[in-house]
Design a protein around this ligand. Structure first.
Ligand code: FE2
Ligand code: FE2
Length: 215
């Protein structure tokens, strides 16, 4: 298929549209793969369990909002066309995760994080900045971020109510996808970030997860 070349203004509009659709409550975004929760029955949860599951899925949803922003920012500034295409592909896959998390939050009767616009802006800037430095740094950032996300998801699997099979199925599938994204970024030439950089990322993600869990 011939590659469509967008002007700077086109890219601004496309990015603003994607940002609004990512952040809008009840967004019209649709997933390509149906949610892994669908074949499973909704569990009878206590009020406490429901609250906890919703809070954890809210954190995961914010993580996916950040993933959208990060990939969009990177795709905007990536230098090599194949890296740009890879970023756009990954961002499209993350839409499935975003929609699945939103559906779980709705079913659990809760809301997405009020701080999502803030995290979107920050992640977009980081993604665009990494892309400006180099594609190797940009891909390395994806690998390090996805690595971090996998650790969160593993932790959430130990925290989610055992009976909430639907949320657990979503998190399990996401974990599988994110691990593949991390591998893809490294094998595409991503730079392996040193310990201190990863430490800083852990700190930022801690602030994000703690705040999204509550609001
Ligand atoms: Fe994701
Ligand atoms: Fe991912």
């Amino acid at each position: 298929m011939p590659q469509i070349r967008h002007s700077f203004i086109d890219n601004l509009i496309i990015n603003a549209d994607r940002a609004l659709r990512t952040l809008a409550a009840g967004s019209d975004m649709t997933c390509e793969r149906p949610s892994p929760a669908l074949p499973l029955a909704e569990a009878e949860l206590s009020t406490e369990e429901r609250k906890k599951a919703a809070a954890l899925m809210r954190v995961n949803h914010t993580g996916e909002v950040c993933a959208q922003a990060l990939y969009q920012g990177q795709a905007l500034t990536a230098k090599l066309p194949h890296v740009r295409a890879e970023m756009e592909n990954a961002a499209a896959e993350e839409i499935d995760h975003l929609v699945w998390c939103q559906q779980r939050i709705d079913a659990l009767g809760s809301h997405t994080s009020y701080l999502n616009p803030l995290w979107y802006g920050l992640s977009f800037a980081i993604g665009a900045g990494a892309g400006l430095v180099s594609d190797k740094v940009s891909l390395g950032f994806v690998a390090a971020t996805e690595d971090r996300v996998c650790k969160h998801l593993e932790h959430h699997l130990s925290e989610l109510p055992q009976s909430d099979l639907r949320s657990r199925a979503v998190v399990t599938k996401m974990l599988e996808d994110e691990a593949r994204h991390a591998e893809m970024a490294l094998s595409a030439g991503g730079y392996k970030f040193p310990g201190p950089v990863k430490g800083l990322m852990t700190l930022v993600s801690k602030v994000m997860t703690t705040t999204s869990y509550r609001v």
